[in-house]
Ligand binder design. Structure first.
Ligand SMILES: *Cc1c(COP(=O)(O)O)cnc(C)c1O
Length: 338
């Protein structure tokens, strides 16, 4: 079975060996305040900076999920109100979660701008050029959900203060861990707000991670797997080139080889099409039929999500997927068309 599900998604096959290694070596049984475990955390943070080219002065912490990051931004970094321009299901979820914690009184006092860089539900993305415009126009903090693009494409990190992603998408790892990156300005803001009432208050997380520790017993296996996968993957500049080439090939494939078929790319505006999640539209019965046929051919397509649940399927364009697997899916689509 090969999978193009955009999360949880294909994990690197080496993860099986890394997991066995973590158990055999006793890493997973180490006390999380021990030197041995702190070394793993330290090395993971160092590798994130190195492989993803994160600025040296941006801090890195590890938490449990992107959903937790949405809450951390609301509880620890929002004094008045957060703004959430969005066009899809994850952007909608973020605003719902955020406003349960920090119900805004007036949006004109907004002090955090929340952007979903890659909207996994409909295959759109916010370009670095657009983010640069937000940066110019908005003087307060910018927080970016990059769950389905971080480790798949390169970012200009300086265009936002908070970036986060869970690892079950472009990192090619099992779920249950998320990377939270924050700028010196974000830390300063957290200090001004002074919120320290939660186990995952940013100030408390920061205090712990500055000692390579965590506020609670962490997902040690997940952290070890992240460290091992980061050792294996090329620098983000290289990954970025491959991801963008594969995305361009996918879009060209649908426009050329699949033209006149029952399926088309959901997003017609080429400027906002995602590089990492390709959403393909069709009628409800056609989408149902192709997903079933693909399954029978040993290929899992991503279901639609949110408003597009029954009228799209999605193709993950994540780094762990091989050229051979992409070739297999293209061959399936060609023969399905006929
Ligand atoms: C998958 C996803 C999430 C949710 O991640 P969790 O790890 O389940 O919290 C949030 N935002 C986007 C854009 C996603 O694709």
């Amino acid at each position: 079975m090969i999978t193009f599900y955009p999360g949880p998604s294909k994990v690197y096959p080496q993860v099986a060996d890394y997991a066995a290694e973590a158990v055999r070596s006793g890493i997973v049984s180490l006390n999380h305040r021990s030197a041995g475990f702190m070394d793993v955390v330290k090395e993971t943070v160092r590798l994130l900076h190195e492989k993803l080219d994160i600025p040296a002065d941006y801090h890195v912490a590890l938490v449990s999920s992107a959903t937790e990051c949405w809450e951390i931004v609301a509880q620890s970094l929002t004094a008045e109100a957060s703004l959430h321009p969005h066009n899809g299901a994850f952007g909608k979820k973020w605003v719902d979660y955020a406003y349960k914690i920090k119900q805004p009184t007036s949006l004109s006092d907004a002090d955090v701008l929340c952007i979903v860089q890659n909207e996994t539900s409909n295959g759109t993305q916010v370009s670095m050029e657009t983010l640069a415009k937000f940066r110019q126009e908005f003087s307060a903090l910018i927080a970016v959900d990059a769950v389905s693009s971080m480790a798949g494409i390169a970012f200009d990190w300086t265009l936002a203060d908070v970036w986060f992603a869970s690892v079950q998408k472009c990192f090619g790892l099992p779920a249950g861990l998320a990377v939270l990156i924050y700028s010196p300005a974000a830390l300063k803001r957290a200090e001004e707000i002074g919120e320290n009432a939660h186990y995952n208050s940013l100030l408390f997380i920061h205090e712990n991670f500055s000692k390579f520790q965590t506020p609670y017993t962490p997902n040690g296996l997940g952290i070890y797997l992240l460290m091992r996968v980061l050792q294996q993957v090329p620098p983000i500049a290289q990954v970025n080139v491959i991801t963008k080439k594969r995305a361009a090939d996918w879009y060209a494939f649908f426009e050329q080889e699949m033209s006149g078929s029952l399926f088309r790319i959901l997003i017609s505006d080429t400027a906002i099409r995602s590089d990492t999640v390709i959403a393909v539209e069709g009628s409800e019965p056609d989408i149902k039929a192709i997903k079933t046929a693909a399954q029978q051919a040993g290929i899992t397509l991503g279901n639609g999500y949110g408003d597009w649940k029954n009228t799209t399927f999605r193709i993950a364009n994540f780094p762990a997927i091989t050229d051979e697997e992409i070739g297999t899916l293209k061959q399936f689509l060609r023969s399905y068309k006929r």
